[in-house]
Design a protein. Structure first.
Length: 237
């Protein structure tokens, strides 16, 4: 795994962190980026769709889209602890028969992963040094909507990420995070036949949904304005 080594993801996204995130999710719902992706995708229409959720962690997007009309999910994650937590939560919600779990680095597993109508990577590209194959291989498996969230490419965010990485280096933690250029990601997705449909921002994160050119729209209209998106997610500039 190019990001940091599969073991780095395993140690970063461990049992304790998974348990904490699951507890927080049960109490407060999805994190802001996940919440925004869910809203944008629901508005674009998820009824009857299949979802490929890459690096879905404890599975917030999966449960919500299944409960909103999506048909089935493939969940690929590099952390066994997160995947165990997601399996337990899916079971608890009676959704496990509709989720197929695959453990490992998506880039390595991609040839064995089926295409889906919707593909999501919520806070995942920032775990991966080599963004290009991760975005390209995942977009190639997307038939309609491609949802992505990543840290914003601005100096305060990059400074925080650099500082976190410096501490990780100091404490011999092999995990690293990355702030990739949204311009490069956009160019890549455009070249693969996608058009930006919607975008929202927090101070630190950008959440985008692309639609595959020529894919049938089943839901709301393409929208580059925040509209009914959670107001706390929207910042200007
Ligand atoms: C920061 S967590 C985000 C979890 C969830 N999407 C969220 O936003 O709450 C990153 C997740 O991506 C997974 N991940 C990172 N790189 C991956 C890869 N190349 N293939 C599959 N999963 C990956 C990690 O194991 C972890 O579960």
């Amino acid at each position: 795994m190019t990001c940091c080594g599969a073991s780095a993801c395993e140690s970063q996204f461990d049992r304790k962190r998974a348990a904490r995130e699951l507890k927080d999710y049960r109490a407060h719902g999805p994190q802001p980026t996940g919440r925004a992706l869910i809203q944008l995708l629901r508005r674009a229409g998820v009824d009857g769709s299949t979802l490929l959720d890459i690096g879905g962690g404890i599975g917030a997007i999966q449960y919500d889209l299944l409960e909103s009309g999506a048909r089935e999910v493939t969940a690929v994650d590099a952390s066994s602890a997160y995947q165990r937590a997601a399996r337990a939560e899916a079971e608890r919600r009676g959704l496990s028969a509709r989720i197929q779990f695959q453990l490992g680095d998506f880039v390595a597993l991609a040839p064995q992963v089926a295409a889906a109508d919707i593909v999501t990577l919520d806070r995942v590209v920032c775990c991966y040094a080599d963004m290009e194959p991760l975005v390209r291989l995942s977009a190639e498996r997307c038939r309609r909507l491609y949802g992505l969230s990543y840290p914003r490419y601005r100096w305060p965010v990059r400074a925080v990420v650099s500082t976190e990485n410096a501490f990780r280096r100091l404490f011999r933690n092999p995990f690293r995070s990355f702030v990739h250029s949204p311009v490069v990601m956009d160019r890549l997705l455009t070249a693969l036949g996608f058009t930006l449909q919607s975008k929202v921002r927090t101070f630190a994160w950008e959440v985008v949904v692309y639609v595959r050119d020529g894919a049938a729209a089943t839901g709301g209209r393409p929208n580059l304005r925040p509209g009914s998106i959670d107001p706390e997610l929207i910042v200007s500039g």
